[in-house]
Design a protein around this ligand. Structure first.
Ligand SMILES: Cc1cc2nc3c(=O)[nH]c(=O)nc-3n(C[C@H](O)[C@H](O)[C@H](O)COP(=O)(O)OP(=O)(O)OC[C@H]3O[C@@H](n4cnc5c(N)ncnc54)[C@H](O)[C@@H]3O)c2cc1C
Length: 352
């Protein structure tokens, strides 16, 4: 269960986080203070033990209060996973303590790479080999958790020499790396989401996470997608809880669909956790793609049910902003890479 002081902070700030009225700098510090970043990481590496399924639960807990905070947590925790799964041990030693205590923000700019692997778009960052490293040029349109006080971002880079794309961590201090102003969004505004441009950015080989994106991305995919599912699970659970509170009296007709949705959701959660823990998704990514789609649909259906259970009150500001915020938050789940459209296209491609 979530630390009570974090739960309280998230409840108090959820609307401000969504609307951009909360200092984006604060979010990661609050998450770090409650130790959620360490869940599912070995104590030998500075974590608090337990496993990836527990990390998904922690993400779901955060998402049940605030999707903005959950997405920041996703970016940070997924970046930590890249560092842990990298064979660049000296990079891990350098970065991990600062990532785990939230002093350094980790950003994952890999949606371009994921689209690239599915043949949807070309890589947008190019690297020319130079002595001891590369010169990078290009850009990333969307990256979250680009904290103004310091970040490191993971990107896939097209190797202009060998052609094999590789994965690099790029520190914000690198000369030629430009962060845009925060993008103006429909919601999730305090998430430090901006674009990055690379103008002859020099990065040394000591920042390489993996020499081959084709090997690294499938390796980290279960954690990447599994943690993403946590966001849908948390939103769905919270919307169903709200729907239940509204359905007790005149709207008891909704109790049956509510129970069905809850039963279906928790069945999917169980399947997700089993697959993450027994390694099933490494050999069978399609099963994880199907679950990601199904869980995003669970969240969308749950928010719809909350609306029906609440009725006209949901449309009146005087009854609170929680529903309207969850409605906006639910719009994010289908479009985070891999988007539901990309997942469906990939599943169709695999079926031949
Ligand atoms: C709040 C938020 C945070 C995100 N954070 C990250 C992150 O941390 N890391 C990451 O790798 N990705 C991030 N993304 C990007 C996300 O993963 C998807 O790549 C993005 O939503 C585009 O989805 P798509 O593939 O459907 O769009 P596409 O198929 O690429 O685009 C659909 C249409 O939208 C247009 N479009 C897309 N993006 C832009 C843009 N920035 N400006 C102008 N037009 C645009 C395209 O030109 C096209 O017409 C974030 C997105 C959002 C909404």
């Amino acid at each position: 269960m979530l630390d009570l002081s974090l739960a309280h902070w998230l409840d108090t700030h959820a609307l401000a986080l969504d609307a951009g009225l909360c200092d984006p700098q604060e979010v990661l510090s609050q998450l770090a203070k409650s130790e959620v970043l360490r869940i599912g990481i070995s104590p030998f590496l500075g974590g608090s033990g337990r496993n990836l399924a527990d990390a998904v639960e922690a993400l779901a807990d955060v998402a049940s209060h605030s999707m903005t905070a959950a997405f920041v947590l996703w970016g940070q925790r997924t970046f930590i996973e890249y560092v842990i799964q990298s064979s660049n041990f000296s990079l891990r030693e350098r970065l991990l303590p600062f990532l785990l205590d939230g002093k350094l923000a980790g950003a994952t700019g890999l949606s371009n790479a994921i689209k690239y692997l599915s043949g949807i778009e070309a890589l947008q960052v190019h690297g020319k080999p130079t002595t001891g490293g590369w010169h990078l040029n290009g850009g990333l349109q969307w990256v979250t958790n680009l904290r103004k006080s310091g970040f490191v971002v993971a990107a896939a880079v097209e190797n202009e020499h060998s052609g094999t794309p590789f994965i690099l961590a790029i520190p914000d201090s690198a000369t030629g790396l430009c962060r845009s102003e925060d993008l103006q969004l429909l919601g999730l505004q305090s998430s430090n989401t901006a674009a990055l441009d690379f103008f002859n950015v020099k990065v040394g080989t000591d920042w390489q996470l993996h020499e081959d994106a084709h090997i690294f991305l499938p390796l980290v995919r279960p954690a990447f997608l599994g943690l993403q599912c946590g966001m849908a699970i948390g939103l769905a659970r919270r919307a169903l809880q709200e729907a239940e509170a509204h359905s007790q009296h005149q709207r008891s007709i909704l109790l049956e669909p509510l129970l069905n949705q809850r039963w279906q959701l928790e069945g999917r959660v169980g399947e997700l956790k089993r697959g993450l823990l027994d390694g099933h998704f490494r050999a069978n990514p399609a099963a994880l793609f199907c679950l990601r789609i199904a869980l995003a649909e669970s969240a969308s259906n749950a928010v719809q049910l909350e609306l029906q259970a609440s009725g006209g009150k949901a449309y009146l500001n005087e009854h609170g902003s929680g529903f309207a915020r969850r409605w906006r938050e639910s719009a994010f789940l289908p479009i985070i890479t891999p988007t539901l459209v990309q997942l469906r296209a990939e599943l169709q491609r695999q079926r031949g």
